[in-house]
Design a binder for this molecule. Structure first.
Ligand SMILES: NC(=O)c1ccc[n+]([C@@H]2O[C@H](COP(=O)([O-])OP(=O)(O)OC[C@H]3O[C@@H](n4cnc5c(N)ncnc54)[C@H](OP(=O)(O)O)[C@@H]3O)[C@@H](O)[C@H]2O)c1
Length: 274
């Protein structure tokens, strides 16, 4: 029997890399993509097919899918993990940066999805796994564009799930909270770049950037295992959170009134600024 085929984006680091390895160990033929191919040499060594991919470039997405198609007769899974956090106050973040946030986190994932769905529809099977965030359910200062991109990704995933159900295709959202990857470093860089020296939010930005990031609830390997579990569940949930903390945050956002949730955020901000 032919091996099942999986595509993983954002595979040069963090959750994408761990997922590519996990799926390969589980017997999938894995095609892994990201811009920094040199960061995927370790994947190549264990038999994962590695290709340059910039999800903001439609030609790059098409070339990637064409390559997978030329090498295999099916595409069973796509894990859209490519993404980053564009942080900063909404007054400060340049709109071009905001557009880039959506290009990577939303349009990139959706463009690949558009290219792959016809293949999955013909097969009458497939799994689309979108890596969102607890940020796809919540909001707080400095996270506006990132949260907006993940909220958008979740709404699109929910719509897609209902459009694709009758074709045998599952759409699954993963909602991690703080995870030990390159995310924080990239987000801090983006935040500093988006914040002018004389910003009214300078103190908040500096505090946020200096916050210790070594008390993560989750490792990328744990998320990769969760993704595999979600893929294998006979009746997958719409959303999976990797840790109890992540589930609590999502529950709070869903159950509390907006006013009450504002107060939770206010309390967190006060503690951070102490
Ligand atoms: N870590 C967390 O705390 C956390 C929490 C919730 C959700 N998430 C989400 O999880 C996903 C994976 O992030 P991570 O934590 O694994 O961070 P990471 O270690 O920084 O990995 C991000 C990956 O995205 C890729 N990427 C970025 N822009 C890309 C582009 N234009 N085209 C193709 N690939 C691109 C990067 O590869 P190149 O730079 O080589 O292109 C890298 O492989 C993201 O969607 C993130 O928002 C992370």
């Amino acid at each position: 029997m032919n091996k099942k085929v999986a595509i993983v984006t954002g595979a040069s680091s963090g959750i994408g890399k761990a997922t590519a390895i996990q799926l390969s160990k589980d017997g999938y033929t894995v095609f892994a993509g990201s811009r920094r191919v040199e960061q995927m040499k370790d994947l190549e060594k264990i038999g994962i097919k590695v290709l340059k991919l910039d999800v903001t470039d439609e030609k790059s997405n098409q070339d990637f899918v064409d390559f997978v198609r030329s090498a295999s007769s099916s595409i069973d899974v796509i894990v859209n993990s490519a993404g980053y956090g564009s942080l900063g106050a909404l007054e400060d973040v340049p709109l071009q940066e905001a557009r880039n946030q959506f290009d990577v986190n939303v349009f990139g994932a959706m463009n690949l999805t558009q290219l792959i769905v016809p293949i999955m529809r013909k097969q009458k099977s497939g799994k689309i796994i979108n890596i969102s965030s607890v940020g796809g359910q919540i909001y707080s200062p400095l996270g506006g564009w990132y949260y907006a991109s993940k909220h958008a990704l979740e709404t699109l995933s929910d719509t897609l799930r209902n459009e694709l159900k009758s074709f045998g295709i599952d759409v699954i959202i993963i909602e991690p909270g703080g995870t030990d990857t390159g995310w924080q470093e990239v987000a801090n860089k983006a935040m500093k770049k988006s914040t002018p020296d004389n910003s009214a939010y300078r103190k908040l930005v500096d505090k946020f950037a200096a916050m210790s990031s070594d008390n993560y609830a989750t490792t990328p390997d744990q998320i990769a295992k969760l993704i595999l579990k979600a893929m294998k569940d006979k009746k997958p949930k719409t959303r999976y959170q990797p840790s109890i903390q992540d589930t609590m945050i999502v529950l709070a956002a869903r159950k509390l009134s907006y006013k009450l949730f504002d107060r939770v955020i206010e309390g967190q901000m006060k503690r951070m600024m102490k």
